[in-house]
Design a protein around this ligand. Structure first.
Ligand code: MG
Length: 162
């Protein structure tokens, strides 16, 4: 069995007048993440992990941020497209483990819904998708409330159908 590991990292600025969307969940907060798409930093990190595992570049190449087609895009739909690409190349997602860093708001109440959304988009069981949240103790760009960051790691296995 062949295996591949991938990692993804993303950062988005927090700003007023935007919805806060993480893992496809709209979270009540006075600010949201700024970006061309829905700026779902968690889903973006997961997509980059999947693409990275197969050395397929990054989401900026697949979904350019100057392309009007992706303005306000639902990142879960983009993740679905990335997962289809992975499947079409003969690989399946074994598991994903991701961490969001945010000073506020408290993300714990929304984690299970994020896991379900991400698992659905990748068409894998929810127990193969881990989402964790942390603060960075008031330090740096997440600590001062300027933005949020996310990291993700994934394992792909070949689907044995080749
Ligand atoms: Mg992004």
């Amino acid at each position: 069995m062949d295996m591949r590991i991938g990692q993804g990292y993303d950062v988005h600025r927090l700003t007023e007048g935007r919805k806060l969307i993480l893992g496809g969940v709209e979270i009540p907060f006075e600010k949201g993440l700024l970006g061309h798409s829905d700026a779902d930093v968690l889903t973006h990190a997961v997509m980059d992990a999947l693409l990275g595992a197969l050395a397929l570049g990054d989401i900026g190449q697949h979904f350019p941020d100057n392309d009007p087609a992706f303005e306000g895009a639902n990142s879960l739909k983009l993740l679905k497209a990335v997962a289809s690409l992975i499947h079409s190349k003969g690989w399946k997602v074994q598991n994903v483990d991701a961490t969001v860093a945010a000073q506020r708001p408290k993300l714990a109440p929304f984690i299970s819904e994020m896991r379900v959304n991400l698992a659905d988009a990748m068409q894998i069981p929810v127990d193969r998708v881990s989402v964790k949240a942390t603060t960075e103790e008031g330090l740096g760009i997440t600590g001062n409330g300027d933005g949020m960051t996310a990291t993700a790691i994934c394992l792909l296995v070949d689907d044995g159908e080749e």
